[in-house]
Design a protein around this ligand. Sequence first.
Ligand code: CAA
Ligand code: FAD
Length: 378
Amino acid sequence: MNFQLTEEHFAVQQAARDFAQTELLPGVIERDAHQKFPTEQVRKMGELGFLGMMVDPKYNGGGMDSISYVLAMEEISKVDASASVCMSVNNSLVCWGLEKYGSEEQKEKYLKKLAVEGIGAFCLSEPEAGSDATSQRTTAEDKGDYYLLNGTKNWITNGSTASVYIVIAQTDASKKHKGINALIVEKGMPGFVVGKKEDKMGIRGSDTHSLMFTDVKVPKANRIGDDGFGFSFAMTTLNGGRIGIASQALGIAAGAYELAVKYSKERKAFGKMLAEHQAIQFKLADMATKIDAARLLVHQAAWLKDQKKDFVKAAAMAKLFASQIAQDVTTEAVQIHGGYGYVKEYHVERLMRDAKITQIYEGTTEIQKMVISRELLR
Ligand code: CAA
Ligand code: FAD
């Protein structure tokens, strides 16, 4: 693994840092308070190429590598994890899945737009099928030249703002997970209704919704891959998605750490700066070490993916570890801020709330351990 970033990597990192500071930071507290989706900011992210970073330029993407992607994700997540989850889903679940497995017609029709404007959604979870993702209740009945889609999806990121939804559904229950399909559903298809918005602990700017499908006719041309490929599609896509969420967790931790360092150099207690107390120095040392270790795991997973090597275990390890240290580091950042850390103005309380979701979505901590141990023992 090459630890040296290229000039292009540094340029992407700087562009993402500048964007986060100038465009995301100003309204982030208000968006969190009012559960407001960062519409204008996401539009600008599209203009700057952050929504389709790894997509081939022939489909309007940035043609960048996964290292560039995780660098940008880290910078944006330092400031606004609601914006970065939108970016992560669009890049690594929707665009990646379509580019890798979609037909040429699907890429022309959907990917080209998603890579510049977004916004896509990835719809696997259901009220009774979260971790146990093979237990799909949503059905896609084969009707010849179309599928009849019925069921409910839960917790869908970009649920109301997306224009394109990749929906996983069961076509032939007798074949279990080999009878599942992945279908491209457009907003506005008759019978498709966006349900209620969730009132969440963190990533409150992200629009998480349930989705209802009643006799939605989805053309056969909208199926991704062969009949029965849907579960494999979902799992393979999630392997890459987990690198995105790991870099989100890393960014949340790094953002909180940077604020804690700054504050410890500004605040005095017992006649000297907080940063001059050894107990605070040791906290910062622990936080920085955890962040560096997480970054190495994230970059390893991204590098393996770029090298077209097996990255399943590395991605799960990166997500498992980065999401854990995001809890530790954000909690310590609040502690270092004392009472000021407990109010919204200082940002670290939001980062602490935002950190928790990284242990839940795209496979919980327990599911990552399942993936890692299966890889270790097979
Ligand atoms: N990569 C590729 N294929 C995989 C895989 C992986 N990581 N994990 C499982 N599979 C394949 C298996 O090889 C198997 O296929 P074959 O029979 O063809 O070999 C098939 O999937 C079923 O696997 P298992 O028999 O192991 O199934 P299981 O039911 O015991 O467990 C699981 C599977 C790994 C637990 C899986 O259900 C899982 O990953 N659950 C978590 C779901 C999840 O991550 N949801 C995230 C939703 S999206 C989201 O959350 C987005 C967001 O927030 C922003
Ligand atoms: P459950 O599966 O019911 O798990 C409950 C607890 O039991 C967890 O701690 C879990 O780890 C544990 N557990 C379950 N099975 C086992 C086991 N075998 N061994 C040990 N422990 C186990 N999904 C999408 O498809 N698309 C999205 O865009 C999306 N966005 C989301 C956004 C948010 C804000 C949230 C909250 C969720 C989102 N999800 C999305 C859903 C998310 O992926 C699921 O919540 C997650 O996979 C867990 O499923 P569950 O909530 O049903 O919990």
